[in-house]
Design a protein around this ligand. Structure first.
Ligand SMILES: Nc1ncnc2c1ncn2[C@@H]1O[C@H](COP(=O)(O)OP(=O)(O)OP(=O)(O)O)[C@@H](O)[C@H]1O
Ligand SMILES: [Mg+2]
Length: 204
């Protein structure tokens, strides 16, 4: 299964999701490959056991890497621009859009939706889209309202699991590790394990 982690907004948890979902899928012995398709090359700074991270700096390199990948899971970490990320879409079986439940992050979603619909019409009709609530801060009461709005509008297209806002992610990133390695018994690690279960279920 080819996954594209996509959102045109910056800093919403794309790379964090690509790496930690990869780590959680690999933990069961499944083969996982991460393709770093962002010029910032953040994903490539992580060292995750049993996960190969490859930099794909051009559209052609991305296409080739996807075509030759024999991994059960190939995860594309996209740049924060719909135009730049667009070449990943015809290749993807599943688009995961990390969305923090904040006004500024929910507002751009219609555009992402349109791009996904256009890709389906242009020859990738079975591509699935799922939203992932990320950076959820239990102390910010408005976020509960935004999350409810997302679930109301998108229903089963929103993953059940919610990724909490916690410094564990930055601490793990500073150590170039996934949260599953860095802090396996934290809610952060549990959340990405639960996400992996939901993603496996979609692939059935
Ligand atoms: N759930 C979270 N809680 C707290 N911090 C987080 C969480 N997820 C990610 N972060 C931190 O937020 C920052 C941005 O995350 P990340 O790099 O994953 O976003 P991105 O969408 O890939 O950004 P860009 O668009 O620049 O590629 C990083 O420092 C990361 O460690
Ligand atoms: Mg990123």
């Amino acid at each position: 299964m080819i996954l594209a982690i996509l959102n045109q907004k910056g800093g919403v948890g794309k790379t964090t999701t690509a790496i930690n979902l990869a780590a959680a899928l690999a933990a069961n012995g499944e083969s996982v490959r991460v393709l770093d398709f962002d010029a910032q090359q953040q994903a490539a700074t992580f060292q995750v056991p049993n996960v190969e991270v490859e930099i794909t700096a051009t559209n052609a390199a991305l296409k080739k890497a996807v075509e030759k990948s024999t991994a059960t899971w190939t995860i594309i970490d996209c740049p924060p621009s719909l135009d730049e990320a667009a070449p990943a879409l015809p290749l993807a079986d599943l688009v995961i859009a990390p969305v923090p439940p904040r006004f500024q992050d929910i507002s751009g979603f219609a555009k992402l939706r349109q791009t996904v619909d256009a890709t389906r019409e242009r020859g990738n009709p079975h591509m699935q889209l799922r939203l992932l609530v990320t950076m959820r801060d239990a102390r910010v009461t408005l976020q509960a309202e935004y999350e409810a709005q997302m679930r109301g509008a998108f229903g089963r297209e929103v993953f059940t699991v919610v990724i909490p806002r916690t410094a564990t992610f930055e601490n793990a990133a500073s150590a170039h590790q996934s949260v599953l390695q860095f802090a396996p018994s934290t809610p952060a690690a549990a959340a990405y394990r639960a996400l992996a279960d939901e993603v496996r279920h979609l692939n059935k």
